[in-house]
Every structure is written in C-alpha cells, then in structure tokens.
Ligand binder design. Structure first.
Ligand code: HDE
Length: 714
C-alpha cells in the first residue's frame, strides 16, 4: 500500500485475494482434498471391463462438469468485465451526501461489465444492439450500482412492457431465429404498434448501436435519479459516462464481417487494451434539474424516452473512472456479478420514473434464479467492502458462519444487535416525498409526445450519420416479410421527418409517404452527433502490408512515430515468419491474411520497397485489404513504391487522379501519400508523413469520400 488514499482499492483486492486460488505446483486432489494419483482412466473391472460405481473421483469429476452451467441473463447475456477505480474531481457535498463523491483523494474500486442486450451468451460482439455499461462502486457506505446503457433513452415508458419488447426482439418463438438481431417481423410488428419507441429506434439504427470499442462508448443512466444532500434537499439527476477517447463506431459492413472473423472483437479489444496498459478512462457527468423546475421543460423529466438536451441542461463532469485490471476468471467475476439499480447508497435516491420503478423489482428477482438462491451477495465479486450485519440467515450456499443465538429484531438477548444505523451514521433514509394520487393503471399525458425528440435527433445528425441511419432502416426493415408492417414503418417515421420516411421507403420496396410529414421541430442537439466527439489517435491499430524487399528505414521510422503517438502497429503478410528488407534487416510478421483482415484495424500503411510492393501487387488479398479499408472510411498511408498499390487498387482514379506522379506529400480525405519520401519525420514535425498520417488516424473515419466509396468493390 504505497498511498493511504488507495485504501479502498487495495482492500477490495485484498478481499478478492481471500478467494483466489493459485494451482501452480500443487498436487491434484478431489473436492474433499484427497490426493488423486491418476485422472486419465476410470476405475474398471479389468482394463477392458465396465467402470465401477465406487470410482469416487470419476463420479465427482463428471458430476461437477454436468452442473457447470448457470442460466444466462435473460437480457444482456453476453458481456465482458474489468476492474478499476473511480475518483471524484471535487467534493459534491452540496448536491449529494454520497460518501464516494466527497473527497477527491479517495479512490473507490469499481467493477464494470459491458454487454449486448439481445444475443445469447455465445453471440457476436459487433451486432447492432444497445450496449450495457454497468458499474459497481464498492463504496465505504456499501455497494452502489450504476446500471447504464450506451443509449440515453429507452424503448418503452413503463416497465410492465419490458417482457413484451424483449419477447418481440429475441429470436422468434417458433423457430428461434434470428440470433442477436432486430431485423425480423416480430420486432418491427411491436415497433409499429408502439409509438413511444420512435425516439429509441432512431438511436438504435444510428452508429451508436455498432460501437468501435467499449472504450469509445458513452454510458447513460437513462432513468432519472435523485441526489440528496446532507440537509435532505433533493434534485433530479441524470448520469453520463463520457469516454476520453471519444465516441466512435464501426460501419455496418465491417460489423457484420467482424461477427464472423472475430466474434469476440469487443471483448478482445478491451482485454488487449488493459493488458497493454492502455487503460480506458471515462468521465462521470451529471445533469441536474432542480425540483422547482420539474414542470418547466417541454418534456417530462420522468419520461425515459426523452433526453435532457445537453445544450439546455449541461453535463457537469464530476469524476473519472479508469479500468486497469482484467479479471482472473471470467465465470467467477464477469458471469457471477449481479448489478441492480436498487443498490444505492445514502445520497442517491429514486424518482417516480415508471421504468425505473419496475427495474427496482426485476434485477434481484432474476438474479435469485440465475445465481441459485438468496446468498449471492457473498460471491466475491458481489461482496461489498462495507461490513454486512443483519438477521438474514441460511438459504442455498451460505458462506458466512453467523454466530450468536438471535436472528431477529427486536431482541434483548443481544441488546437488539445488530442495531439500526442512525441517519447521522449514514443509515439510508429514503427521500421524503409527498405522494398523493388515485390508484390508476394509466400514463400521464405529459408522456405523449413521441416524435419531437426523434426529430431533434435526426436534425442533429451529420450527412454521413443520416446516411447510415437510412442504410440501417433498409437492412432491418428490408428483412421484414410482412408488407403491411413495412408500410407502417414508413408511416411512423413520416411523423418524424418526411425526407427520412421517403428515403426509408425507397430501399424497402414500399410507396413513399403521399404527404411527407415531420414534427416541425427545427432545433438540433450537437452533443448527440458523434461528429463532435474527441479525436484521439492513441490506442488505434495500424496494419502495415509487407513482403520481402521492403524499405526497412521507412517502416521502422513510421512504426516509431506511431508508437510515440500511442498507436499500435502490426505487420501483415502472406505468411507468418521473418521478412527481409532491401538492406538485409529483418522484421517479424504479426498476422497473415487468413488470420486477420482490414476490418481488424483502424488504418493501413503500405511502405516502399520495389520487391515488396511488386509482390503485394500480385496478391488479391492485399488489394482487397486496401479497397475494404477505403470503403470503410479508414486512413490509408502509402510511401514511395507503396503508392503503386493504391494506383492498382480501386482507390485510385476515384480518389486521387494524379497519384502516380505525386512527389509531394498529399493528405486528402484520409489518404496520405508521398512518392519520394526520405525522412518520414516524427509526429511533432508538421508537414512530414508521420505527423499527417497520425492526425488522419485521429479523425477515425473519413466520410467525405462517401460517394466515391460506393464504386469500390470490397
Ligand atoms: Fe435492465 N435488466 N431492465 N435496463 N439491464 C437486466 O438483470 C430490466 C433497463 C441493464 O451486466 C436484467 O441481472 C427491466 C434500462 C444492464 O449484469 C433484468 C427494465 C437500462 C443490464 C433487467 C430494464 C438497463 C441489465 C437481466 C425496465 C439502462 C446488464 C439480468 C423496462 C439504464 C447488467 C439481470 C449486467 C440487466 C430488467 C431497462 C440496463 C431482467 C425490467 C433502462 C446494463 O432484471
């Protein structure tokens, strides 16, 4: 323990340590601790005879295996977790008494699980879906769970419809298809019958639903919570996570191909980043609305299908989370972790948001069956750092040996221990809110505007983002078999925007709206467009295409420059092994074309070297690599003879007519080339290849080449 501020973090690690077992250099035993001398043959009556019942080692080994699965989560089944810590920037005492938000020198340990919603545990990472972003803070005052998504609004306004939406989007009940996809009739049938879903569909069909990385995703608490300060004053609050690397996405073609080539793409990305020390960081932000302003907005502050536009209610950054440790064991940690929006600490409370209210029931309920009983809070990953004392006893798999004769309250045999925790000692006191109403199964009229914010979202998109949304409609609704549903989709989105509805109709084989409509909302919210996000080159991945006879000086100088910008590079070639440059120096190949593809990288570099490039020119795989990267809007760099590969690929002629003869450095729409490169420069040297290449990589994708990319076959 090098610093006393780290008490919390290290004590969680110490706590986990109690459960860690290292099997290195240990002798094999049964679960009773009896040594096992041989585990490769069962005990038989003769070496060709029947297996004997008395083989306790065989029976134990097989029985345990037979029971090694627990039910997957009914939603968010596929996920991936990591450890880290959270630190507030300053005391938030004015707004909340939550202990972990008081002292900027205190690091609170956290565990985060990212997930997709619809697919089964073994489905692909890159499907179009909402991503879960659930964080458990192991605070001094007990566990606080911020169970968030990467989209700020939800499909429905009342939790009672959750089983319906989930049944509609999951594989259809008769044939269990399709897996992890909304592109089918039952979902869109639900959509056209549920106007409140409109805003969420805009987000779901946008780039947000195909993130580049869990490290480049926002998180949103979605529901409206309440901050309560030491004086008992409450305020409405919405939570935001903002990734320091910015918010970036894949393109749909890439996402689909990745689902085949590397279904673990997002979990591998997170695992690798943490292993390399590229620790993902996210700022926690809050939006606050004073209770006296509850009715001063043109949306209901309790409606989970609405955002509080950041331009109207700014997001205040209040702290930072860093993820810096991978799990030891996926099952023990990521699979067994249980998040619950009802796990709050003093200073954080609920509101009457009807979606939140229903969530407060569902999570514990589903975890009781998934984790097999009421004692799952004792599983190491779920155990709070704060001590637990109550009268709960027994149940499946109880780990604690509770001492003493009483397990009830009040008692006098133990002086009524455990004693109630007074408010003054951070006992949880529910917010005092006056509630008065008739018992009704109704929804407030203030929840009825389903289209204005969908229009706001559409208006806020850049041209490229709009095109992606329309393409997503073509894919998703194009897969629907029932023509009436397709027509109703057009009708529904005609309420949002006439142009949008007309464009949707074009691709799905139904008539455009007769009267293109819309809400008349002209406002936009720049904060929702990914065009306005942070642009960072660090942690991106560059593929360098090489064969024997490459220009060693160029390759190593560019690799060095990339490294200094925190960008990772890998050498790709036809075969694994060593490659020899013109001057005899060697470099090792990291991947070959069968094991990887352009979809695994953010950018491509083709260095000079006559022999290397002539060889690449003969390889369809290398040309495909370049064409595909171009089509996906990625940065491509080429120097000296390397430019020839661009000339021969479909990129040339479309993009850079004069490519052949360019002697000067040209950086245009993410294509960075130079014919006569000598010194490649560093990332600080303005006007040199390395600096231009890295700044193009930081831009993530180059959508301006959009129309030209249509012509590139890949
Ligand atoms: Fe969840 N949700 N949800 N949800 N949710 C679950 O709990 C539910 C909602 C979210 O990595 C389940 O333990 C209802 C909004 C995440 O383990 C279940 C409603 C948001 C995770 C459940 C919602 C979320 C879950 C399934 C009201 C964003 C994964 C397994 C309509 C703020 C946590 C489990 C993890 C998981 C119910 C809506 C986020 C069934 C009833 C809104 C990130 O209890």
């Amino acid at each position: 323990m090098d610093n006393e501020n780290n008490v919390n973090k290290y004590s969680k690690e110490e706590q986990l340590n109690e459960s860690r077992v290292n099997h290195d250099d240990q002798k094999l035993t049964t679960n009773q601790g009896v040594g096992v001398s041989h585990t490769d043959d069962s005990l038989k009556a003769g070496n060709r005879g029947p297996t004997l019942m008395e083989d306790f080692h065989f029976r134990e080994k097989m029985t345990h295996f037979d029971h090694e699965r627990i039910p997957e989560r009914v939603v968010h089944a596929r996920g991936f977790g990591a450890h880290g810590h959270f630190q507030p920037y300053e005391s938030m005492a004015e707004l909340t008494k939550a202990k972990f938000l008081q002292d900027p020198s205190i690091k609170t340990p956290v565990f985060v699980r990212f997930s997709t919603v619809v697919g089964s545990k073994g489905s692909a990472d890159t499907v179009r879906d909402v991503r879960g972003f659930a964080t458990k803070f192991y605070t001094e005052d007990g566990n606080y769970d911020l169970v968030a998504n990467n989209i700020p609004v939800f499909f429905i306004q009342d939790a009672i419809k959750f089983p319906d939406i989930v049944h509609s989007i999951k594989p259809e009940p008769h044939n269990d298809m399709p897996q992890a996809s909304a592109a089918h009739d039952t979902f869109w049938d639900f959509v056209v019958n549920t106007p409140e879903i409109t805003h969420m569909i805009m987000w779901l069909l946008s780039d947000r639903a195909i993130p580049r990385s869990y490290r480049m995703m926002e998180g949103f608490g979605v529901n409206t919570f309440r901050f309560v300060n030491g004086e008992g004053k409450g305020r409405f609050v919405k939570f935001h996570w903002k990734p320091l690397l910015g918010v970036h996405s894949l393109v749909w073609d890439e996402a689909q191909k990745l689902a085949g080539k590397d279904p673990d793409y997002h979990r591998r990305d997170l695992w690798d980043a943490i292993s390399k020390g590229d620790y993902p960081e996210y700022e926690l932000g809050i939006q606050i609305i004073e209770e006296e302003d509850e009715f001063n907005f043109d949306f209901d502050v309790l409606d989970p299908t609405k955002i509080w536009p950041e331009e109207i209610v700014p997001v205040k950054p209040i702290g930072k989370m860093t993820l810096d440790r991978n799990v030891d064991n996926f099952f023990a940690e990521t699979e067994q972790v249980a998040f619950h929006p009802a796990n709050v600490v003093p200073g954080i409370d609920f509101t009457n948001d009807p979606l939140l209210q229903g969530r407060l029931f569902s999570y514990l309920d589903t975890q009781l069956i998934r984790l097999g009983g009421p004692n799952f809070h004792e599983i190491p990953i779920n155990r709070p750092l704060a001590p637990i004392h109550n009268n709960q006893r027994e149940g499946y798999h109880r780990m604690t040996i509770d001492q003493g004769v009483t397990s009830y309250s009040p008692n006098s045999l133990r002086g009524n221990a455990p004693h109630p925790t007074p408010d003054t000692e951070h006992g949880y006191a529910h917010y005092t809110e006056k509630v008065d109403g008739k018992k009704v199964r109704e929804r407030s009229e203030s929840f009825n505007d389903h289209y204005s914010q969908a229009s706001l979202f559409w208006n806020s998109m850049s041209n490229a983002e709009k095109e992606h949304i329309i393409e997503a409609f073509h894919f998703e609704v194009g897969a629907v078999m029932d023509k009436q549903i397709k027509e109703r989709v057009v009708e529904m989105f005609n309420h949002v925007d006439g142009e949008l509805a007309t464009e949707i109709a074009k691709g799905i084989g139904v008539a455009p709206p007769q009267n293109p409509g819309g809400t008349g909302v002209t406002a936009s919210s720049p904060a929702v467009s990914q065009e306005n996000t942070n642009q960072v080159a660090a942690t991106r991945k560059v593929a360098i295409l090489l064969e024997d006879g490459f220009n060693h000086h160029q390759v190593t100088q560019v690799m060095e420059a990339l490294k200094s910008a925190g960008v990772h590079s890998e050498i790709i070639s036809k075969n694994l092994g060593m490659l020899t440059g013109v001057d005899g120096q060697q470099l090792e190949v990291n991947k070959n074309y069968v094991n990887t593809g352009s979809i695994m990288y953010d950018a491509v570099y083709i260095p000079g070297g006559r022999q290397s490039v002539d060889n690449l020119l003969q390889q369809g795989d290398a040309l495909h690599f370049v064409n595909e990267a171009f089509k996906h809007g990625k940065t491509i760099g080429a120097t000296n003879e390397g430019v020839d590969l661009l000339v021969i690929s479909q990129v040339e002629g479309i993009e850079l007519a004069a490519l052949d003869s360019q002697a000067e450095l040209v950086s245009k729409m993410g294509i960075v080339t130079i014919r006569n490169a000598g010194d490649m420069g560093t990332i600080e040297q303005e006007g040199y290849f390395s600096q231009q290449f890295v700044s193009a990589i930081a831009q993530h994708r180059h959508w301006k080449r959009k129309n030209k990319k249509e012509m590139v076959p890949a």
